[in-house]
Ligand binder design. Structure first.
Ligand code: ADP
Ligand code: MG
Ligand code: MG
Length: 252
């Protein structure tokens, strides 16, 4: 059982005109066994939330707290956050020329577990993870993200998710740029992960499309740097029908 607890989180970024507050008091709790979706219009601060939890240096936390099983996430280094069991799909380098997928995955796994994985089972696990995502075995010899298509990048992220086996996964726009076949494969990967014991998922998305394949337990509408409303899966259907207009009007 694990819990990611975000309380009254305020985050600013530095701009030419001084600090600008992007997150204005975000509160949400994700328990293991739950999948939460955050939906919101562009520019509402969804990625800022993901980067802040991951520890991106550009984002300055000015108030509130983030804890994982009671441990202060905001006091941890980026590495410590990963070792504590947090996974962010976007935290990995965009391109790592000269580093193969196989080496990258093994290095990440070793860093998180504190010891190298046993070679024989590891090779089997990697091949299974790639195969599950319709990536062939030669994929593991390619340089990380170099020349990857949008779909390959996302499938590689989900292979990482399956192999690194965190407690809580934060997936920011994992659906963007995917055709329908890739979307299904990626969604199946997320569903395999969430079916395991004790896993939490925070799925950030602009569109409801992915929620047809990954059914959230809780949906949060995110507007102007905070949660405007929370509800069940039916809230996503309402958003699909009516858009964000109602919320945007309310914030003016
Ligand atoms: P979303 O993911 O919901 O589209 P973002 O978190 O990317 O939203 O951005 C929220 C707001 O914060 C936007 O208005 C964006 O322009 C602003 N913002 C994000 N990062 C920075 C930055 N480094 N400098 C200035 N403004 C930023
Ligand atoms: Mg955006
Ligand atoms: Mg975003």
């Amino acid at each position: 059982m694990s819990t990611l607890d975000i309380k009254d989180l305020h985050v600013s970024v530095a701009t030419e005109d001084g600090p600008k507050e992007i997150l204005k008091g975000v509160t949400l709790t994700i328990n293991s066994g739950e999948t939460h979706a955050i939906m919101g219009p562009n520019g509402s601060g969804k990625s800022t939330l993901a980067y802040s939890i991951a520890g991106h240096p550009k984002y300055d936390v000015t108030g509130g707290s983030v804890t994982l099983d009671g441990e202060d996430v905001l006091a941890m280094s980026v590495d410590e956050r990963a070792r504590a069991g947090l996974f962010l799909a976007m935290q990995y380098p965009v391109e790592v020329p000269g580093v193969s997928v196989a080496n990258f995955l093994r290095t990440a796994k070793t860093a998180i577990d504190g010891e190298a994985p046993k070679l024989r089972t590891w090779v089997k696990d990697v091949n299974t993870a790639l195969d599950n995502l319709n990536l062939d075995a030669t994929f593991s010899q390619r340089s990380v993200n170099e020349g990857f298509s949008g779909g390959e990048k996302k499938r590689h992220e989900i292979a990482q998710l399956e192999l690194l086996d965190p407690k809580v996964a934060i997936l920011d726009e994992t659906d963007s740029g995917l055709d329908i076949d890739a979307l299904k494969v990626v969604s199946e990967g997320v569903n395999r992960f969430r079916a395991k014991e004790g896993k939490g998922v925070l799925l950030i998305t602009h569109y409801t499309r992915i929620l047809r394949y990954i059914q959230p337990d809780v949906v949060h509408v995110f507007v102007a740097g905070k949660v405007a409303e929370s509800g069940g899966a039916e809230l996503a259907e309402e958003l699909e029908a009516n858009g964000y207009e109602k919320y945007l009007g309310a914030t003016v």
